[in-house]
Design a protein around this ligand. Structure first.
Ligand code: F0G
Length: 461
C-alpha cells in the first residue's frame, strides 16, 4: 500500500518520561462505587477511576522544564523572585499591566467581582460559568446571557459559537443604561457551550461598542490559547499568525482578566487577576491580602508561580495546541462514527455528549446528563461530568435554572492520555448508546446551597 503524502499522521510534540499506573476495576466494584458516591462522579475516589475525563483543570501533565523550575521556587513571604518571573511572563504573553496572583481562578473571580460590581448592576456575558456567576451574584450583581443563539443548539455548525450577540448587549444597555453594567464578562473558548470560541471580528466589534459606552471588558482567559487556535484555523487573515500573536491580540482588546491557570497554562494549581486600570489594581491588591495571601504570592507557593510562568509560554506553542485540540477532535469524530450525538463543531477542551438527544425518554428534571455520566462510569470506569441542569443550579430567588444544553463533558487533560485511551472511551460510550433505552433517570436527595453539582447526591428513579 502506498502512502497518501497529503494526509500524513501527526503526533504529539513530546514523549513520556514518567508514567502513573492506573487501577482497573470490575463492573461490580464500579456499581458499588457510584452508588456510594450518590451517582455523582465528583464524589468518586479517583482510585476507582480508570480514565479520568472529569476535568482538564489542574490535571495536566507538566513538562520537564516546568518540574525543573520547582527547585528554583523562591518561597520568600514577600517580594519572591518567582512572582516577578510570573509577572514578566504575563506581560510578555498577555500584555496586561497589573497582576494579582491567586490560588486558582475562582480566587481571582472573588476579588475582581468584589472590586468591580456594585449591588444591582448587571454583568452581561457569553454564557455563564458556574464559579464566575456565583461570585458575580454574591457581589450583588446579576448575570445576563448575551451569547449568540446558535450556542444553545448542539447541532448548529456556526464556527464561532462563543460570539457575543451585540444586539442583546445593546438591548440591556438601552433598557437600564450603561452605568448599570459593571462590565462585559467575556470568556474565551466558552466552557459551558462546549468549548466554543469567539472570533476576533466579534471581539473587535464588542470593543468598539463598549468603548462608546465606556463599559470595560473582563476576559475570562482560562482557555485563551485554545480560542486562538480556532481563530487561526477558521478566521480570515489569521491563518499565518501564530497562536502567541493571536493570544496577545485578544488580550489587547480587553481591560482586565481572570485566569484559572490550571487549564491552558498547564499547572496543577494557580491563577491570577489582571487589569490595566490602576484603581482596580489598587483595590484588588488590598483585598488579596484578606482572601488569598500577600500580593506577591496570592495563595501560591513560589514554585507554583515558576511552573506557571513556563506553562504560559508552552501553552502558546502552535504544535502543542494542534496536538491538544487534535486529540479532542479525534475522540469526538470517533464517537460520531458510532452515531453518538455530540455538540458540533467539536470544541477545544473536550467532547460534549448531548444527553437530551441521547436519552430523549428522560425529562430534564430526571437529570439525564447526570444519569448518563454515572452509566458511562459503570460501563468502563471512565469518569466524565454533568454540564446541564444540576450544574446550572438555582437563581438567587430559589428557582432552578433550566439551561438549553444538557451535556455530559468528556474533558481531556493536556498531555496525559493516548490515542488508545481515546478509543477505549469512544467504544464505552458506543456500548452505552446501544442500551440507552434502559437507562433510568435520577432524583436529587441532597442539594448543597452553592455550586450544587460538586456535592449533590442522587438516587435512581
Ligand atoms: N472560568 C472557567 C471558564 C473555568 O472553566 C473555570 C474552572 C473557572 C473559571 C474557575 O477556575 O477552577 O481554577 O477556580 N473550570 C473547571 C472545569 C472547574 O472543570 O471546567 P478554578
Amino acid at each position: 500500500m502506498s502512502i497518501n503524502t497529503s494526509k500524513r499522521s501527526w503526533a504529539e510534540p513530546y514523549k513520556m518520561k514518567m508514567v502513573e499506573l492506573l487501577k482497573t476495576t470490575t463492573r461490580t466494584n464500579r456499581l458499588n462505587a457510584i452508588r456510594k458516591a450518590g451517582y455523582n462522579t465528583f464524589l468518586l475516589p479517583s482510585e476507582d477511576v480508570y480514565i479520568d475525563l472529569l476535568t482538564d483543570s489542574g490535571t495536566n501533565a507538566m513538562s520537564d522544564r516546568q518540574w525543573s523550575q520547582f527547585m528554583l521556587g523562591d518561597e520568600a513571604y514577600a517580594g519572591s523572585k518567582s512572582y516577578f518571573k510570573l509577572e514578566s511572563a504575563i506581560h510578555e504573553y498577555y500584555g496586561y499591566k497589573y497582576i494579582v496572583p491567586t490560588h486558582q481562578g475562582r480566587g481571582a473571580e472573588n476579588i475582581l467581582s468584589k472590586v468591580m460590581i456594585r449591588k444591582g448592576q448587571f454583568i452581561p456575558g457569553n454564557m455563564y460559568f458556574t464559579t464566575t456567576r456565583v461570585h458575580q451574584e454574591l457581589a450583588g450583581g446579576k448575570f445576563v446571557d448575551i451569547i449568540i443563539d446558535e450556542a444553545n443548539d448542539p447541532t448548529n455548525l456556526h464556527p464561532f459559537k462563543g460570539n457575543v450577540d451585540i444586539e442583546k448587549l445593546d438591548n440591556l444597555v438601552k433598557k437600564h443604561g450603561a452605568d448599570k453594567v459593571a462590565y462585559v464578562s467575556l470568556a474565551s473558548n466558552v466552557n459551558m457551550a462546549g468549548g466554543q470560541p469567539f472570533s476576533m471580528e466579534n471581539l473587535k466589534a464588542l470593543r468598539k461598542y463598549t468603548k462608546i459606552h465606556n463599559i470595560p471588558i473582563i476576559h475570562d482567559m482560562t482557555r485563551v490559547a485554545e480560542n486562538a487556535y480556532f481563530i487561526q484555523k477558521r478566521e480570515k487573515n489569521y491563518a499565518k499568525k501564530s497562536i502567541r500573536e493571536i493570544v496577545k491580540e485578544i488580550c489587547s482588546y480587553t481591560d482586565g482578566a481572570t485566569m484559572s491557570a490550571k487549564k491552558d497554562a498547564l499547572v496543577n494549581i494557580g491563577g491570577f487577576m489582571a487589569t490595566n486600570d490602576p484603581h482596580v489594581f489598587e483595590e484588588a491588591r488590598n483585598l488579596v491580602v484578606v482572601y488569598e495571601g500577600l500580593h506577591t504570592y496570592g495563595g501560591l507557593a513560589g514554585r507554583d508561580m515558576e511552573a506557571m510562568a513556563v506553562g504560559i509560554k508552552e501553552s502558546v506553542d502552535d504544535r502543542h495546541q494542534a496536538a491538544r485540540i487534535g486529540q479532542v477532535i479525534y475522540l469526538g469524530e470517533k464517537m460520531e462514527s458510532y452515531g453518538v450525538p455530540i455538540v458540533k463543531p467539536i470544541g477545544g477542551h473536550g467532547v460534549f455528549v448531548d444527553a437530551k438527544a441521547f436519552l430523549p425518554h428522560l425529562t430534564q428534571d430526571q437529570f439525564p446528563a447526570q444519569a448518563l455520566a454515572a452509566e458511562i462510569y459503570v460501563d468502563s470506569g471512565v469518569r466524565t461530568m454533568e454540564r446541564g441542569v444540576v450544574s446550572a443550579g438555582r437563581k438567587p430567588n430559589g428557582e432552578n435554572y433550566y439551561p438549553d444544553l444538557e451535556l455530559v463533558r468528556f474533558t481531556l487533560p493536556r498531555r496525559v492520555y493516548t490515542q488508545a485511551h481515546m478509543d477505549v472511551v469512544a467504544e464505552s460510550v458506543a456500548e452505552v448508546f446501544q442500551k440507552r433505552e434502559r437507562i433510568k433517570g435520577l432524583k436529587m436527595v441532597y442539594e448543597p446551597k452553592y455550586l450544587r453539582f460538586f456535592q449533590a447526591r442522587f438516587e435512581k428513579l
